[in-house]
Design a protein around this ligand. Sequence first.
Ligand code: CP3
Length: 348
Amino acid sequence: MKNLLRVLNGEALDVPPVWLMRQAGRYLPEYRAVRARAGSFLDVCYTPELAEEVTLQPIRRFGFDAAILFADILLVPHALGQELRFVEGEGPRLDPLGDVAGLGRLKPVDEIDEVLAPVYAAVARLAHSLPDEVTLIGFAGAPWTVASYMIAGRGTPDQGPARAWMYRDRQGFSRLIDLITEATIHYLDRQIAAGAEVVMLFDSWAGSLAPEMFARFSIAPAKKIVAVLKARHSQVPVIGFPRGAGAMYPRFASATGVAAVALDSAVPLDWAREMMSPSGERPGSPGVALQGNLDPMLMVTGGAALTEAAKGIVGAMRGAPHIFNLGHGITPDADPAHVEQLLRAVRG
Ligand code: CP3
């Protein structure tokens, strides 16, 4: 079995498998070249040959243990009929949903493949072109994080517009979450059918939810998504990433049924291991694999601090099922030479 899948099945390896969130991206000159040729980021996402090519770039250059499909969490709102564009240097822009009336303008879930078919085609190509030992990861945004962009029309520091809607109109907000949940199940199911071996659910803004809201709008939708995918594809593990969940991580890990949780850089590994690992001391531990959690800033700065932090993470997780990764995506100002340094530190 491939290394990443072994860890997701609960095995602790001497050398952890490694991949990096956003490993295909602007810090790589070969990515910038494809992106310039394509015209726009969305053109890369929706052209299977180009999405395949940029997914393969970091595998060729670094030999990571996993490849993550090149796409974006905002393709689902786009496929539901929201206009989407990426403004250079500013990030994504959607026409904001505004209120519950905006829900009526969205397309039904059974029409999203009209937009998303090229993504499945990219997955199918990758399933053939990836080296045998590399695991193909599909992904989607989690409903809360996707809703926060759909409502505000852009990234916001505190997800204010979405949290306000959540408290003012619980019913309308729940309808939106349910719609995204259904779309996400369909989208991930199709990615798996096309060849994704693992799927990851990015709840990048989970940390802005108060505990009761976290239970309702991060844990509950993830639990539903995991349950349906497990029923249809019992052998495909799900990695959950409730970024910023802090003390709520263990509850997410045990309630959702994920095979692994991705940890952001603020999570202490000794605590995470004790609370969530199969090797943990705690009775009733969910027994999930842990992924993470190097500070992405170290990919910019490098130096002794990088080697020390990477070895510290490997040491802290020795004997537990662990996938080495960053605590969040690698940034455009990262130095590819530091990725090589990281791999030397982790693999020895
Ligand atoms: O290599 C990979 O990880 C696979 C591809 C991937 C992208 N986005 C490509 C991308 C993945 C897994 C994502 C997930 C994603 N997208 C998240 C969740 C993870 C996280 O970072 O918290 C979120 C919140 C988004 C939404 C999004 N997409 C934003 C806010 C931005 C703008 C910020 C930025 O970095 O420019 C994007 C654009 C985006 N998605 C880029 C890439 C490579 C940069 C676009 C470009 O090339 O110009």
